[in-house]
Design a protein around this ligand. Structure first.
Ligand code: ADP
Length: 320
């Protein structure tokens, strides 16, 4: 039976990470397991930046965005000698297992540590919803809420000025945040890694919306890293009847108090992580599939291609 569990957050932060830390801590303590918080991800693991967690250590964090443990990146964690030092630090503290909250990079680190004798469980923490092995990641719902609130506001002002608003949202290489925002906000177009990007098509469609459909605004939601939205906005102004304006929502998408859905997800996933470690299981990641909390080996999850959200693209097409 596991006696002491460490927990860290790694990679980009996401609303709901605190809720997950709280859940893991409370469930473990209630089962007589000691908890240790590790500050700043794998960097803190290397530097021995540890803090024993009591029940009260995680009071008042449920509703707070970000992660009170801090997050960092440590590229050197890919080197075995660096990981060996981390394993030493864990052994010296009597920490037998670890919960890692982060993205697929963090999962890879967790898998390597498991192979070195420290059972690790990965929890999907990112607003991008780009992690295989789960329908939703912790933070996605809150980020979606932020996107929807902001695009609704842009729509008001776009209508007054006959504008085409081009809004860049996050998502890394995953179009979920864009297509969900598109559906929730009644956008005229979404451009994601799944749809591909064709500038001529965008101009033709805007021309149609302006000249034939007589729309007084157009909203285009674009996943980051696909095109330069400022340059696209300029071309829209030059080539269509709309005045093109670009908005990059940026890091506000990463902040804010987690939504009830994210708090539930983080709490359920946190409980599952402790259950797995109590069963002596390591090298797994937790997911939610059809509203059931599940787990599968990290290796299997990382091999799986993420299934594109075909049904949501179809719904989007049916609504514009
Ligand atoms: P995310 O977890 O959000 O995908 P990163 O890809 O930056 O973010 O990964 C976070 C951290 O995980 C890295 O800084 C590194 O310490 C660790 N990591 C990433 N890839 C590997 C790997 N292949 N092997 C070991 N550790 C890794």
């Amino acid at each position: 039976m596991v006696r002491k569990i460490g927990i860290l957050t790694s990679g980009g932060d996401a609303p709901g990470m605190n809720a997950a830390i709280r859940a893991v801590t409370r469930v473990a303590l209630n089962n007589g397991i000691e908890m240790v918080g590790i500050h700043d991800g794998y960097k803190g693991l290397l530097e021995g930046n540890f803090e024993p967690l009591k029940k009260t250590s995680v009071s008042d964090i449920l509703a707070r965005g970000g992660t009170f443990l801090g997050s960092a990146r440590l590229p050197e964690f890919k080197n075995e000698d660096v990981r060996l030092k981390c394993v030493d630090n864990l052994n010296n503290q009597g920490i037998e297992a670890l919960v890692v909250i982060g993205g697929d990079g963090s999962y890879r680190g967790a898998l390597e540590l498991t192979k070195m004798g420290i059972n690790c469980i990965g929890l999907p923490g990112t607003i991008d919803n780009d992690i295989p092995g789960t329908d939703f990641t912790i933070g996605f719902d809150t980020a979606l809420r932020t996107c929807v609130e902001n695009v609704d506001k842009l729509r008001d002002t776009s209508s007054s000025h006959h504008r085409a608003s081009i809004v860049e949202v996050m998502g890394n290489r995953c179009g979920d945040l864009a297509v969900y925002t598109g559906i929730c906000c009644g956008a005229e177009m979404v451009i994601t890694p799944e749809t591909g990007y064709d500038e001529v098509e965008v101009m033709e469609r805007l021309h149609y919306l302006d000249a034939a459909a007589r729309k007084n605004h157009a909203i285009i939601i674009v996943t980051e890293k696909i095109c330069d939205v400022e340059a696209l906005a300029k071309k829209v102004s030059q080539n269509t009847g709309f005045s093109g304006r670009a908005t990059v929502l940026g890091h506000i998408q990463r902040g804010g108090s987690p939504s009830p859905t994210d708090r539930m997800l983080a709490s359920r996933m946190g409980e599952k992580a402790v259950d797995l470690l109590m069963e002596g299981i390591g090298g797994h990641c937790v997911g939610i599939i059809n509203n059931e909390i599940t787990s599968l080996p990290i290796e299997q999850a990382l091999e799986k291609p993420r299934t594109p959200r075909k049904k949501f693209y179809r719904l989007f097409e049916n609504l514009v």
